[in-house]
Structures are given as C-alpha cells and as structure tokens.
Write a protein that binds this ligand. Structure first.
Ligand SMILES: [Ca+2]
Ligand SMILES: [Ca+2]
Ligand SMILES: [Ca+2]
Length: 622
C-alpha cells in the first residue's frame, strides 16, 4: 500500500494518459467505419453508374466493359480483357485504397452478380490500371537528342549537401532507378591506392570521394533498369592528361559494347534516342579545348589538387566563405568545365580519351552571343541558373535557336550548398534539354521535375513541343514572354480521397479528432497559365468527399503541369501536409481516374488515393 501511495501521482498520470489515448482512439475511429459511405457518393459517379447499369442496382460485366470503353476510353474490347484487369488486382492485391480483402471481395461480387454503386467506386479507386497518365512510351523517339527534354542530375554522386556530404554510387543507382538519364561525375586525380588514380568528388569541399570505377560499374549495372533509352554521362573534368588515358581504358573496359563511339570527331546533328537505345554516351569538353581555355578556378600549388586529408583539415566556415567568394569572383558556369591541369599534354592519351566524347562541351568563355552561336558542329553548353536567367532576358531568341540543334545544360548556382533546386520552368521555356537537379533535395522544384518526367512512359526523354523546335516564318522563334492565346481548357474534378486511415496513425494529423482535408489543385507552366484553386475543407473525416470542379485556361498546355496537394486544415498553425503529386497535363487520361499521392520526398503512399476526373478540351482554332 505504501508503494501505491508513493507512486500515486505517477500512476494517476498513467491512468490519465491511458484514458486520453482511449478518448483519442474513440474520437478518431467512432465515425471511421460508418463514415465511409456516410457522405453521398459524388453525383457524376451515380449518374455514370446508373447510365451503364441501365438503372439497376448492379452493374454487370458487359455493362462495366461498356463503361470502360465508352466512358474511360480504355483500349479493351472483350470481357476476357476486362477479366484480366480484374484478375490482376486479385494477384497484386490492392495497391491503392482498399485492403486486399476488399479487393478480393470486389472480384468476387464482380464474378457473381456485378458491382453495386459502392463497389463500382472502389473499383475505380483500385490499382494502377486506372491511373491518371498514359504509361507507355508514345512520343516520336527518332528525332535528334536536342529535340528532347532529358531527365538530368547534378553532382549525381552526392548523398547530401554540396559541402560535407559523402560521395557514393548509391545516389547514382537511385537516380537511374527513377529513370534519370543524365548523370554527372566530377573527375579528379587521386593518389589513394584504392581509387584507381581517379576519384569522383565535389572538388574543393569536404565531400568524401568515391572511386570512379565503382561509379562506372554501377552505371553499367543500373543504366537500363527503368528505361532503355540512352544514359549520358556529363563529366566535369579536372584530370591531368595522363589520367585521361586511364579513364578511357576504364570506361571502355567497364562499359564494353554499351559505350557509344561517334563515327566522326564532330557531329553535325545528334543521333536519336531510338538509335542510341541501351547505349552510354560521354559528354564533356575535349581535352584540347580545355587546354586552350583559361584557368578560371583558383590555381592549385604545383598543379595538383589538395589531398582529401588536406581538405578535411580545413575549417568548414573558411571553406564556405571560400566557396562563396569563388561564386562571386568567377562566372559560375565556367566551373563546370574547367581543367586545372598545367601538365604538358600527352597527344596519344588525349586522343584516345577524346574519341570517347560523343557530345562535345562548348566554350565556357566569351560573350553570350558568341557562345550561343549556331555552328555547323553541334555541341553542349553548360550555364548556371543565374546565367540562364540573364541570358533569357538579353538573348532569349538566341537561346531557343541554340537549343533547336544543340544541347543546353543548366545547373544549380553554387550558393545552393544545401542541394536545393531552382524552378525548372525558366529552362524548359527556352528549350533547355538538361535542367540539372540535385536529386537528393526534396523541394517543390524537384516535385515539378519528377512530374515532368512522368510523361512518355517515364522513359526519361520527353519530346519538346514543336514550337521550341521549329523556326517560325521570318526566322522568328517562340517567345515565352508573349504566350499565344488560350488553346485548351482543362477541367479537373476532385471527387473524394481515400487511404489515409490505412497509411497513417489516428493521431497523425489532429490529436483529438479526425483530419480536416482539403485539396489544392494548381497549374504550373508559362506565367500566364499559372493558377491555383482549392476545395472546401471537409472537417473531421478520414474519407473526404469534395465533389468539386475547377477549370483552367491553358495557353501552353504542352509545358503545363498539374500540381495536386492535400493538406489538413489547422487553426493557429501551418496546415499539415497530407500528400502530393504532379502530372504532365498533355499526358492526362480523360475519365474517372485513381490518382495515387506521394509523400514530400516523392515516395508513393501505399494507399492514399484521390478519385478525380480530367477533361481536356481543345478550343477551335481561330
Ligand atoms: Ca493537424
Ligand atoms: Ca480535425
Ligand atoms: Ca486539422
């Protein structure tokens, strides 16, 4: 008894906490089960059901087939095709809203007597088959590389920030698995015996290095994991000529047949992604040009880089200061292609290395007008986001003309030490093929990037719209500052959301009540197309039914993305994030669609899904 008295207040506290937890659970779940269909099903779904089920309570197989073909525009023609789709759920279980038991139940009722209205709605929310986008490669893949936006990484070997993070082949593998097609490696000479004489590291920072052979091997192993279309390696070359031969030997040995060798020294037109399927391509500045270009970066004593040990011994703040000073003092785009070597070139070695380079890096010096000059020989130019911004203001038309035949790469400015990214639109609007992103960052810009490259079956190459490729009469080119008149109307309807109760715990959004979800639907594209709307808040429910439609006028639908984000409304604090996705508008499938949502970092939630409808109407040509 004594013990009880002594620990009285502690146990009272425990009891109180227990009761509180119970109350939370009761509050959160009391409405949960009955809540599912408490809200009226959206009218459109009721109407479609009634139309195809001919007013009956059950939709039979043949009626569902008609619905799939006529309403959804599915390319299926027989009951057997439909059975296959339904059987697939049975095998995979549900990847979306419902649990496996519920998908099994649907299959079961579907077989026996058809679907009720609620089963029909669950069916539409189920599985990948009813996703919002076309999922196959459907763009013309036979045009030159310069006609495509390419999914591009920046400092692909870094695991975290740009100053102190580790280098590894892991982020390269991860990027390739996501379909990234352009991988950047910074090559530096290495004295370490386990580095093959060449290391991959972000120079003049405290990032650790990784042996180049390891990176090349992983690239070989994972290059075509997600897509068969070519992988381009953009090299930031800090090697001395004697290392060039070493690199050439290594790359040839590791990549073997996969490595693409151009037939001529200088291409006058880039080959097509189709012709380069399953090939790895190297892009960098040929050594000769490197030697001719001035040394921009800080000279290193004795023409060598400080060793890793020397670098690590430096104080971080001074390094940050140095990095910033470097940014101010030098034109940052030049840092991408510098060669700090003072050594006398070895012609033999340089020639071998040179022969590996299919896409030549262009001049990093001179006036912008000169650098963007359209030469008979095609090349790749690299600019920082800042340089692109100023070039877009002063040389917009030159940029677009350049990117019709040549390749432009834009990379994050040096100040982005935390591996953040910039808005990709400035690049895309001027035809920039390689908008190079830090794939380990997780901001809004990266979500847009991921959304863009969901297009064309996620193969990493998206055909640029015709207006960026073709020259108009009178030598004119597209002017992003003067967008054309409205071309299409996009109608987006948000019916309902589902799956949070499965992917989250009862107290994840609000501690004492179910969440209060609303959906934001916005357009990102040319400035004139940007628009934002949101649904009403559905208070205290895990199963929101909004049933609201939004209309967007689009001038350049080819480049527009639809951003969808769900949040939990909160008073007195920032609303909680509850899922997002970003979809290329030109790839949307009409009809009722199940739209899976992703977390902040772009990882797909197991169950969280929105039921939506998209309608893209093209206005009559004036
Ligand atoms: Ca909350
Ligand atoms: Ca609430
Ligand atoms: Ca709330």
């Amino acid at each position: 008894m004594k013990t009880e008295k002594n620990s009285g207040s502690a146990s009272k506290g425990k009891v109180r906490k227990k009761m509180e937890t119970c109350i939370i659970k009761v509050l959160n779940f009391s409405t949960k089960k009955g809540d599912v269909y408490k809200a009226e099903p959206p009218l459109d779904l009721k109407e479609a059901f009634s139309k195809f089920a001919r007013g009956e309570n059950q939709m039979k197989k043949d009626q569902l087939l008609r619905f799939m073909v006529e309403h959804q525009g599915e390319n299926i023609s027989t009951i057997e095709d439909l059975d296959k789709i339904v059987e697939k759920f049975l095998q995979l279980g549900s990847s979306c809203s419902s649990t496996k038991t519920s998908s099994t139940r649907i299959v079961d009722v579907y077989r026996k007597q058809g679907l009720s209205l609620n089963d029909f709605i669950d069916f539409l929310l189920l599985g990948d088959f009813n996703g919002p986008l076309k999922d196959e490669v459907h763009h013309d893949m036979d045009a030159p590389l310069s006609h495509y936006f390419m999914y591009t990484g920046h400092n692909s070997y870094l695991t975290g920030n740009q100053l102190t993070s580790e280098s590894s082949d892991e982020p390269i593998i991860e990027a390739l698995k996501q379909g990234v097609r352009v991988i950047e490696l910074d090559l530096w000479p290495s004295k370490s015996s386990n580095n093959d004489g060449i290391k991959v590291v972000h120079g003049r920072t405290f990032t650790t290095s990784v042996p180049v052979s390891k990176c090349l091997q992983s690239i070989k192993d994972y290059a075509f994991h997600k897509s068969d279309y070519p992988v381009i390696l953009t090299l930031e070359d800090h090697l001395t000529p004697k290392h060039h031969d070493k690199f050439a030997k290594m790359a040839t040995e590791i990549f073997g047949e996969t490595l693409y060798f151009p037939e001529t020294d200088h291409l006058t037109e880039f080959p097509s992604p189709e012709s380069l399927k399953k090939r790895i391509i190297i892009s960098t500045k040929p050594p000769k040009e490197c030697r001719q270009s001035a040394i921009i970066s800080k000279p290193v004593p004795n023409g060598r880089e400080p060793s890793e040990e020397e670098s690590r011994g430096l104080e971080l703040p001074s390094s940050v200061a140095k990095l910033k000073t470097e940014d101010r003092n030098s034109s940052d785009e030049d840092q991408e292609d510098v060669n700090t070597s003072d050594n006398k070139p070895n012609q033999q070695d340089a020639r071998q290395y040179k022969h590996l380079i299919a896409i030549h890096g262009g001049k990093s010096k001179g006036s912008m007008k000169n650098r963007l000059k359209d030469d008979i020989k095609v090349r790749r130019l690299s600019l920082s986001e800042k340089k692109l911004k100023s070039a877009s203001e002063s040389h917009g038309a030159d940029l677009i003309r350049f990117t019709q035949r040549n390749i432009l790469r834009v990379f994050p400015k040096g100040e982005r030490v935390q591996s953040s990214n910039f808005r990709p639109y400035l690049g895309w609007l001027y035809g920039v093929q390689m908008v190079a992103f830090n794939m380990q960052g997780h901001g809004k810009s990266l979500r847009l990037m991921r959304g863009m490259f969901k297009a064309n079956g996620g193969c990493g190459y998206v055909k640029k719209p015709e207006f960026l490729i073709r020259t108009l009469p009178h030598e004119e080119v597209f002017d992003p500052k003067k967008p054309p008149s409205v071309k299409q109307i996009l109608k987006v309807k948000v019916y309902k959301g589902d799956g949070w109760s499965l992917d989250f715990s009862p107290t994840d959004f609000d501690r004492f009540s179910p969440p209060d979800f609303y959906t934001e639907v916005s357009i990102v594209g040319v400035p004139a197309d940007c628009d934002k709307n949101k649904t009403r808040v559905k208070t205290d429910t895990w199963y929101p039914v909004w049933d609201e439609e939004f209309e967007f006028k689009l001038r350049v639908p080819e480049l527009a993305l639809l951003r969808i984000e769900v949040k939990d409304k909160d008073k007195g604090k920032k609303d909680d994030f509850a899922g997002q996705t970003c979809l290329p508008i030109s790839e949307l499938r009409n009809g009722f669609r199940s739209v899976p949502l992703y977390d902040r970092k772009g990882k797909k939630y197991k169950s969280v899904t929105l039921l939506m409808r998209f309608k893209l109407e093209t206005l009559n040509k004036l």
